[in-house]
Design a protein around this ligand. Structure first.
Ligand code: IPM
Ligand code: MN
Length: 327
């Protein structure tokens, strides 16, 4: 986080006054107060233009507490329905794939619906006849707004291609809604080439032919899964950035690395801050600082391309990126 802020400060124009406020939402606070994210926190956060979130998660906190009590609560409270996850294989970055395929696509993952809504239940709990349901909620409103956002993003890119990823051969109800909405919105974007792939097949293509993707739109859970795969093939989650966006700007959008907190190396100064720095680039672009965003991305690209064998500290990488981004 310190490196992200360092780069942000280095790249902003002189006349832009950056005001930051730091919040402690991690495991420490949870242990001290039992709180994850209160209404007062949300009211306070709401006054900001954007949120830069450090990786959360700690083995001392039961699984799911911070995920649901903080991360998902924030995404839902601020209606972050566009979960933006770009994948670019930068020069010099290792991929487990054969050769050095062209990878430059962005996944627009729906962020506020699907099975993430916590709609479900258990009956006959603890018995051999336990039945658990987890309902995937898909609304016409929610699907349409994220699909339209994805079309607009595809339209703005050189290749202008949008792929819907779902599983409409099995998930008949949600699949029908997604496919219908997708086809309807497509009429508004005649320049965008469209296609459809089932999510299982998409995992094959992400490995065998990732160059076929430009923009992908998909639901919350499929998007969660395929973006980890997308990150793995394009340099690993150490370089994967994401934006949790509310395009209306009614609430602050939130930018975070896709990776977790790596508690095993906490405090050793060897975590790679690249994914956080790339999240800063997404934040800049969201707030209209396109040139600054490009400079940060180019700094990361040059840094990754020029990395030698000698490992650098978190701070050293941050310094190098800040110097490059400042130009
Ligand atoms: C992510 C994470 C979260 C998600 C978890 C931590 C709730 O995996 O941001 O991809 O599933 O969305
Ligand atoms: Mn995930």
């Amino acid at each position: 986080m310190a490196q992200g802020l360092k780069v942000l400060n280095a790249v902003l124009p002189q006349d832009v006054k950056l005001e930051t406020k730091e919040y402690d939402f991690g495991a420490r606070r949870y242990h001290a107060s039992g709180e994850t994210l209160t209404d007062a926190d949300l009211a306070d956060l709401k006054q900001h233009d954007a949120i830069l979130l450090g990786a959360i998660g700690d083995p001392s906190v039961p699984s799911g507490v911070l995920e649901r009590g903080f991360l998902l609560k924030l995404r839902f409270a601020f209606d972050h329905h566009v979960n933006l996850r770009p994948s670019r294989l930068l020069p010099g970055v290792a991929t487990p794939l054969a050769g050095q395929p062209e990878i430059d696509f962005v996944v627009v993952r729906e962020g506020t619906e699907g099975p993430y809504t916590g709609n479900g239940g258990t009956i006959r709990k603890g018995t051999p006849h336990e039945v658990a349901t987890e309902v995937s909620v898909n609304t016409a409103f929610g699907v349409e707004r994220v699909v339209r956002d994805a079309f607009a993003r595809a339209q703005a890119r050189p290749r202008k291609k949008l792929t819907l990823v779902h599983k409409n051969n099995v998930l008949a109800f949600a699949g029908h809604l997604w496919t219908n909405v997708f086809n309807k919105v497509a009429e508004e974007f005649p320049e965008v080439t469209t296609d459809y792939i089932h999510v299982d097949a998409a995992t094959i293509y992400l490995v065998t032919d990732p160059a076929r993707f430009d923009v992908i739109v998909t639901d919350n859970l499929f998007g969660d899964i395929i973006t980890d795969l997308a990150a793995a093939v394009s340099g690993g989650i150490g370089v994967a950035a994401s934006g949790n966006i509310n395009p209306s700007r009614e609430f602050p959008s939130m930018f975070e690395p896709v990776h977790g907190s790596a508690p095993d190396i906490a405090g050793q100064g060897k975590a790679d801050p690249t994914a956080t720095v790339l999240s800063v680039a997404l934040l800049l672009r969201h707030l209209g600082y396109d040139n600054e965003a490009i400079r940060v991305e180019e700094a990361v690209s040059a840094d990754l391309g020029g990395r030698g064998e000698t490992p650098r500290t978190t701070d050293e990488i941050g310094d190098a990126l800040a110097v490059r981004a400042a130009g």
